[in-house]
Design a protein around this ligand. Structure first.
Ligand code: CP
Ligand code: NVA
Length: 310
């Protein structure tokens, strides 16, 4: 059985900002090992009998399935908890919910709107709390993103990441992860869609090279990684028409990929909207690493669970 370090046991993973570059790399190292074991169908039940609760207040394909399958592959089991079916939806406090669920579960994942709610849950839980996406961040996605980049380039240091489109939750977590791992980051966004100021500040405080521009072509030139995400995130559906207008011209198409060069890869956290933020030919094209990236959610999160759960 592979050895797992004890040093991260009990830790929450609510924001990339709270983890050091070395800690993030420890997750990636274990994720690579677990990926190999899984591919060889070799046993790696690092969390026998452990339970992971998963509260969802928004829809999910990847996060739900990768966590649920991931904990099962580790010998434990996942419990899908629709937020609307919990007493939380009828006004039970986050504190009471965290206190009670800590008596049953070994870890808790939550996908919700407010980052503060995840932090509050973590403050009151005696088990690790993992952020499965909020309006402000998507740290588990960032783990799979950097795992995929390292897998493709064999290194992280110095790899240039260009994010195009809406400077949203996915952008914020990726930017901070890049900063912590020595990867220069540039975001090309239209006016009004720049990444959150606080996230930029955190990335720069971590010595990250963060550039904010408006021209997608400027960002794409010399980039090793072209990254994009949906223009209308969950909870923003009423803004869809305005967003489509404002973000037109910021999608990744074959021409933009050519500007980055033939060694560049394309990433997208998914779900994708063809001919908005990305074209179908790029998504399925030779430079797309999107499907590996989606698969890596499984391996990266298994590593995270194995490291933080007791
Ligand atoms: N990328 C991602 O988090 O996908 P889901 O919304 O399907 O979980
Ligand atoms: N920014 C998107 C990511 C989906 C995984 C959203 O929040 O809906």
């Amino acid at each position: 059985m592979i050895a797992v370090s004890e040093s991260l046991k009990g830790r929450h993973f609510t924001r990339v900002a709270d983890w050091s570059g070395a800690e993030l790399e420890a997750v990636l190292d274990l994720a690579d090992e677990l990926k190999e074991l899984q591919q060889r169908r070799e046993e790696h039940q690092l969390l026998p009998g452990r339970s992971l609760g998963m509260i969802f207040q928004k829809p999910s394909t990847r996060t739900r399935v990768s966590f649920e399958v991931g904990i099962a592959q580790l010998g434990g089991f996942g419990l899908y908890l629709s937020a609307g079916d919990l007493q939380l939806g009828r006004g039970e406090t986050l504190r009471d919910t965290a206190t009670v669920l800590s008596r049953y579960l070994d870890a808790l994942m939550i996908r919700t709107y407010a980052q503060d709610d995840v932090e509050e849950l973590a403050r009151h839980a005696s088990i690790p709390v993992i952020n499965g996406l909020t309006d402000a961040s998507h740290p588990c996605q960032a783990l799979a993103d950097v795992m995929t980049i390292r897998e493709r380039f064999g290194r992280l240091e110095g790899v240039r990441v260009a994010y195009l489109g809406d400077g949203n939750n996915v952008c914020a977590s990726l930017m901070v992860a890049c900063a912590k791992l020595g990867m220069p980051f540039v975001a090309a966004t239209p006016p009004g869609y720049a990444p959150d100021d606080r996230a930029v500040e955190i990335a720069r405080e971590a010595d990250g090279s963060v550039e904010l521009v408006q021209d997608p072509r400027e960002a794409a030139r010399g980039a090793d990684v072209l990254y994009t995400d949906v223009w209308t995130s969950m909870g923003q559906d009423e803004e869809r028409e305005r967003r489509l207008r404002d973000l037109a011209g910021y999608g990744i198409d074959a021409e933009l990929v050519r500007l980055a060069g033939e060694d560049a890869i394309v990433l997208h956290c998914l779900p994708a909207h063809y001919d908005e933020e990305i074209t179908e030919d790029v998504l399925y094209g030779p430079q797309s690493a999107v499907w590996d990236q989606a698969e890596n959610r499984l391996h990266a999160q298994k590593a995270l669970l194995a490291l933080v759960m007791r």
